[in-house]
Write a protein that binds this ligand. Structure first.
Ligand code: FAD
Length: 580
């Protein structure tokens, strides 16, 4: 083993060594150079690629990013030229000697030791390997690296080229319906493959609330994707030129290729072996400046654990945004600059699923329940811009609020305008805003872009009404109790009612309610009145009329749209009902 020393004779030249040359590592190295022109900065990357766009990999698979070179944002030469970085690919760090302040680097040509003054660990995550027999079969792929996407594209190209006229489309099984799994599904389907999606949870995109997931499931099936929800893949077996995948419900799916994407775990083995403190999550424990338990070692990205906003849970949040910002902050700290300490992480994330977009920020309802945090949930389904302007698309927006009105989390699904609303809500969350603040947000409006009362304002208005008692509400999840203990009043039109309604519901269109109050009072027989319409708007008006008349009334949050998402049997038993 050789021993590399700093060739620069200046005693003050800081030696910064970075392990991992992609999101967090390269952000840190670039920032460190901008702050310190004289530092020796060495980036050690085990693969042949640095600074590549891993988030772009699914879009190269689909062909939307046709040129592979577009994924490779920089290489060793460009990083040396523009930032004077000493980037060493094919260089795997196998050990950290904290006492000597040296790392051991393994390369094809041998092993050497490299000294550091400051060491930054940005090794990312490793894919979770699920307990599926036959995962080593050559038809089984991952989608995490440039070689992964090269292999997948090659396989897809070959399958499509070899398909004879009139032959059925090649088939793919994607295991895992998380963000990257859904991107893989979209990419493979857009290439013309028949795609089976296998997910252990009972709905696609497990981080999203259950009432929004059916919208994504419908979009997937309408594009020919076959869903296998609530089951696991158990075995991959050779069959002819392809494989069969056996699922836990006994289904056997023949496939030409399999993509496995069931999540990641922090790559913290190196840190653990070096004796650095890990958290209960198994990720590297760091302070607000990303310094580890060793004052000369920092860590960022998928390998570390962070405090999650709202719930206070401490766990890794494997997303590119946090990793990039953490790299920048760690470099500030290494270079002795003022830092803006790591704020609790919101976990804001977004994914395109064919024509739909789904996005989340802050705590989901499930996370709030797990953390025992009291909250009110509000559902709205406004247009993404003024309804009278052609092309308005409905946004399905769910948000949770603390009893004092503080926003705790939000999720949205829709065809347009979802990204903008979730970004506004992520900003509101970071600022600790309340329902009152959302109601008062002044957002850009002209008919092609939004509404005078934007979707985010609507969320604030509805939450204000719920929290101050102006509009008591009931939730779709409470249906059984509601049916047994109250009168259900359906205030949609007679036509809508005829197309599907709850058993025993009294239909009084909201425009007739003032004249037919006695009828409602008689049917209620002293019980509360549980009102609903299609989306919650007309039933809000009705609820106010009933409350003013002295009845105990509450409105269904999100209306029939949300009710049928939570109880799909209702949807199947009825024709589609137009929303208002
Ligand atoms: P990485 O960027 O993964 O870099 C870690 C690097 O360290 C790797 O190149 C690895 O080879 C190297 N390394 C590990 N160990 C060693 C060692 N011992 N010695 C030398 N080198 C080592 N996030 C989003 O927010 N939005 C998205 O749309 C999105 N899409 C994604 C799509 C895909 C297909 C993938 C795989 C990820 C996506 N992510 C997305 C997640 C995002 O890319 C990661 O959260 C982010 O890259 C993490 O940055 P990092 O620096 O911690 O790790």
């Amino acid at each position: 083993m050789t021993h590399e020393t700093n060739s620069d004779s200046r005693p003050t030249r800081k030696r910064i060594v970075v392990v991992g040359g992609v999101a967090g590592g390269m952000s840190a190295a670039a920032r460190a150079r901008r702050l310190d022109e004289h530092a020796s900065i060495v980036v050690l990357e085990q693969s042949e690629y640095v600074s590549f766009a891993n988030c772009g990999l699914p879009y190269h698979l689909s062909g939307e990013i046709p040129d592979r070179e577009q994924l490779l944002l920089h290489d060793r030469a460009s990083l040396a030229a523009s930032l004077d970085l000493d980037v060493r690919t094919g260089s795997r760090v196998t050990a950290v000697d904290r006492a000597a302040r040296e790392v051991t680097v393994e390369t094809a040509d041998g092993t050497y030791r490299l000294p550091y003054d400051a060491l930054l660990l940005a090794p990312g995550a490793v894919a979770v390997r699920p307990p599926i027999d036959g995962l080593d079969h050559p038809s089984v792929h991952a989608l995490r690296t440039v070689p992964d996407v090269d292999a997948l594209r090659g396989t897809v190209d070959t399958l499509l080229a070899e398909r004879g006229d009139g032959e059925t489309a090649p088939a793919a099984v994607v295991v895992g319906a998380g963000f990257i799994g859904l991107e893989a599904v979209e990419a493979l389907a857009s290439r013309g493959l028949t795609v089976h999606l296998v997910e252990l949870a009972d709905h696609v995109l497990p981080p999203i609330d259950a009432e929004l997931a059916p919208l994504l499931a419908e979009e997937l099936t309408s594009h020919g994707v076959r869903l296998h929800l609530g089951v696991s893949a158990q075995e991959v077996t050779s069959a002819g030129s392809g494989v069969t995948v056996t699922l836990s419900d006994g289904t056997v799916v023949p496939a030409d290729l399999v993509v496995v994407n069931v999540g990641v775990r922090p790559a913290s083995a190196l840190a653990k072996e070096a004796g650095l403190r890990l958290g209960a999550s198994g990720a590297i424990s760091v302070d607000a400046d990303h310094r580890t338990s060793d004052p000369h070692i920092w860590a960022v990205g998928d390998a570390i654990e962070v405090t999650q906003a709202v719930t206070g849970a401490v766990a890794p949040v494997p997303l590119a945004g946090p990793a990039n910002r953490q790299g920048r902050r760690a470099a500030d700290s290494i270079c002795g600059r003022r830092t803006t300490p790591q704020a609790p992480v919101l976990g804001t994330a977004i994914v395109r699923v064919f024509g739909l977009t789904a996005a989340v920020t802050g705590a989901s309802q499930a996370a709030l329940r797990r953390a025992g945090i009291t909250h009110e949930v509000v559902h709205v389904h406004p247009g993404h811009h003024a309804g009278y302007f052609p092309g308005a698309e409905q946004i399905h927006l769910v948000a949770s609020f603390a009893p004092d009105g503080t926003l705790l989390g939000a999720q949205a699904v829709g065809r347009a305008g979802v990204d903008k609303r979730i970004d506004v809500l992520a900003t509101a969350l970071r600022a600790g805003m309340t329902a009152d603040d959302l109601a008062e947000l002044e957002l850009a409006y002209a008919p092609p872009y939004g509404s005078a009362k934007d979707a985010v304002n609507m969320l604030g208005f509805v939450a204000q009404n719920v929290l101050d008692g102006t509009m008591p509400q009931w939730q779709a999840q409470d249906l059984d109790t509601v049916l047994s203990e109250s009168l259900v009043l359906d205030v949609r039109s007679a036509d809508e009612y005829a197309q599907g309604h709850l058993d025993g519901a009294l239909n009084v269109p909201h425009t007739e309610l003032r004249e037919r109050l006695a009828e409602v009072r008689e049917a209620a027989q002293g019980r509360p009145v549980s009102v609903h319409c299609a989306s919650g708007v007309r039933s809000y008006l009705a609820t106010r009329i009933l409350l003013s008349a002295g009845l105990d009334a509450r409105n269904l949050s999100g209306g029939w749209l949300t009710l049928t998402a939570v109880h799909p049997d209702l949807q199947r038993a009825s024709e589609p009902v137009p929303a208002r």
